[in-house]
Design a protein. Structure first.
Length: 245
C-alpha cells in the first residue's frame, strides 16, 4: 500500500477520471476526489476505504477551502474536460480546465508545502508545444487548429491551460511541478501496451488512438514512480496505443 501517497483528483466522474480513480485505489494510493455529483461515482469506488469524496464545485470553492483540500496531498490529477454535446462544447464554463489549473496553482502559492506539489493534467494532442516544439506539426495544421480554437471553446481551453503551465508556471517552479499528458483519439479498452513520446507522432488529420485505460495507467505511473516523474516533469508527453494493441 502506498500510504505515503495521497492524490487530489479532479474529474473522477468522467470516463478517464474514473479509470484513474480505480487504478490508483488498486495500487493502494489514497484519493481525495472533488466532484460536483457524488452519485455519479461507481459504488465500488465511492465506498472504497481509501477514497474521500468531496461534493463541491471547484470553481466556486473559496481559496481557503481549496487549500484545505490540498492538505496532505502530494499530487493533483486533473481529468476535467468538456462533454461532447452542444451544452458541453459551447456552454459555460468555457475555460473549465484553465481556470481549474489556475485555482490549484493559486492554492499552492497561498499555502506552500515542504515539497513541491505535483500536478498531472490531462491535455490533448490538439495542444501545441511552446515555440513550435512539435516539429511534425506544419503551418497548415497549426492554422487549422487555430481556427478550431476560435470556434470551439474546449480546444481553446486546453491550449490556454497548457500555455499557463508552460509560460506562467514554467518547468522549474519551486512550489508546483507539472506534466501535461497528451493522448490522441480516446477509445475504450483495457490496459495493454502503449508508448509515450516526447512529441507528436501522428497528424491531426490522420490521428492515432489512445485507450483511456492507458492514459490512466501512465498518470498512475507518474504518481507512484519517481523515475517516471523526473523523466517527464515540465513536459507534455504524447501517449498512444502500441501498434500491437
Amino acid at each position: 500500500m502506498n500510504t505515503e501517497r495521497r492524490v487530489l483528483l479532479l474529474g473522477a466522474t468522467g470516463r478517464t477520471g474514473g479509470r484513474v480513480a480505480a487504478q490508483l485505489l488498486e495500487r493502494g494510493v489514497a484519493v481525495r476526489a472533488i466532484v460536483r455529483s457524488a452519485g455519479r461515482l461507481p459504488t465500488d469506488i465511492a465506498q472504497h476505504p481509501l477514497i474521500e469524496v468531496v461534493e463541491a464545485d471547484l470553481l466556486m470553492m473559496p481559496t481557503g477551502q481549496l487549500v484545505g483540500q490540498l492538505a496532505g496531498c502530494d499530487t493533483v490529477i486533473s481529468c476535467l474536460g468538456h462533454n461532447i454535446s452542444a451544452r458541453g462544447l459551447f456552454g459555460q464554463p468555457h475555460l473549465l480546465v484553465e481556470r481549474s489549473v489556475r485555482r490549484v496553482h493559486e492554492a499552492v502559492e497561498v499555502q506552500p508545502s515542504a515539497a513541491p506539489v505535483r500536478l498531472i493534467l490531462m491535455s490533448s494532442v490538439s495542444v501545441n508545444l511552446p515555440e513550435h516544439g512539435d516539429a511534425r506539426r506544419g503551418s497548415g495544421e497549426r492554422a487549422y487548429l487555430g481556427a478550431l480554437r476560435a470556434v470551439l471553446p474546449p480546444a481553446r481551453d486546453n491550449q490556454r491551460a497548457a500555455d499557463f503551465l508552460a509560460h506562467e508556471v514554467g518547468p522549474e517552479d519551486g512550489q508546483l511541478q507539472w506534466v501535461a499528458v497528451r493522448p490522441d483519439t480516446l477509445i475504450e479498452g483495457d490496459v495493454d501496451e502503449y508508448v509515450v513520446h516526447d512529441t507528436l507522432v501522428a497528424s491531426i488529420f490522420k490521428p492515432d488512438r489512445t485507450r483511456m485505460a492507458h492514459v490512466a495507467h501512465f498518470m498512475c505511473e507518474l504518481v507512484t514512480d519517481d523515475t517516471t516523474w523526473e523523466r517527464w516533469r515540465g513536459r507534455m508527453p504524447v501517449v498512444v496505443d502500441a501498434p500491437s494493441s
